[in-house]
Design a protein around this ligand. Sequence first.
Ligand code: 5GP
Ligand code: SF4
Ligand code: MG
Length: 454
Amino acid sequence: CGVFGIWGHPEASNLTYLGLHALQHRGQEAAGIVSSDGTSLHLHKELGLVTDVFDAGKLAKLPGSTAIGHVRYSTAGGRGIKNTQPFAVDCGGKPLAIAHNGNLVNAESARRTLEGQGAIFFSSSDTEVVLHLVARQPERELTERIRLALEQVHGAYSLLFLSDDQLIGVRDPRGFRPLILGKLKGAWILASETCALDLIEAEYVREIEPGEMVVIDRNGVKSLHPFAPAPAARCVFEHVYFARPDSLVFGRSVYESRTRQGAILAKEHPVEADLVIPCPDSGVPAAIGYAEASGIPFGMGIVRSHYVGRTFIEPTQQIRHFGVKLKLNALRRVLEGKRVVVVDDSIVRGTTSRKVVKMLRAAGAKEIHMRISSPPTSWPCYYGVDTPTRSELISASHSVEEIAKYITADTLGYLSLEGLYESVGSDGKGFCDACFSGKYPVSFPVEEEKRLLR
Ligand code: 5GP
Ligand code: SF4
Ligand code: MG
């Protein structure tokens, strides 16, 4: 998911709309904005893309100088209007809204406990658990209530809270998901990625630290570190696939990471070929890096329709099947008779790669060498990226040779984990790489582990 919040601008909801538009790649199922006019909150949310959900009339009904917004892609809970965010409630006589990027690993047990105490949930989302916990704290100060509530949940959260007079951003102690602070003249902004700042010509100030809480109100910006420190576990996959290449994530250019992934991949898995092509769009920067480092010319062998969302995000296997063709088409003029290196960011189920290889072969490619700019995805993510169960991940049960055979490529090479870390300028500390290594930085309750790792 993507989150965006702004404090202290007369066009708060319009700017939030633009911010969400820039963050659309982080979630295409639903979008919502809640604004505060200083007394009450105003909310509009629907299923669909940002441009479909809002128009000038709807934005005009979101007055005030403070707002938060959310674009959703379901990890916990499920689809449906009842799970769309932001959630806005009345919390002890004061309005409170919440927007969440991430995934809580103990949401189900926390929810059962709350239900046992009489709580009534209106959604199946893990985020609602946080709202209930905040509402139950006896303290008066909102920041203190949030701190006490978040001490009871584990996992990944970059959260925005909006009350009648405060905008609060919180990042979990590991810092799985990104969150940044920006500035637009006198207004303050919190957002998932810096590309949202670029669009509205705001200035990047800094990354919100793992475990930090930022409180923005009429006294300015206050930074708190309310949790016990933990080793950071920033999601390395943001730099492989999830974030937009024109963003800074964790203080680092995503484009630079991706071109380096391609360059290192060329060193780790060289091959004699005539052409390097990306699987668009996610494979583009890595393919540029591969071509540059190998000296093999870069070309556009696959054209992508921009009127289809990310195929991975669509619901059923049947639609996904259909989705690949809907989205990608091979360019015979470029491919005919060539030995081609195809660069993509990841293989999850293997569906995309298999279809792509067949399509390239049918368009006349002579040899097809698949190169993947991350290590094999062998483990599901429980921290906010919607990977399928372990049994559906092809590399959980197949060797690289077997996968090459399945996708019908002549050769297949994955970036090593060391190579991935080199690409993000790290020695391997401070990041989460659980989907590649199986080393989960935050463990889950036993009964949830059984369900999750099936
Ligand atoms: P597959 O067809 O192998 O299941 O999916 C691989 C494709 O899904 C790649 O092209 C990759 O860009 C894309 N993809 C989209 N969303 C995700 C995600 O959340 N995780 C991973 N690993 N790949 C994704
Ligand atoms: Fe990111 Fe993978 Fe860790 Fe999930 S498991 S937070 S996708 S690195
Ligand atoms: Mg892709």
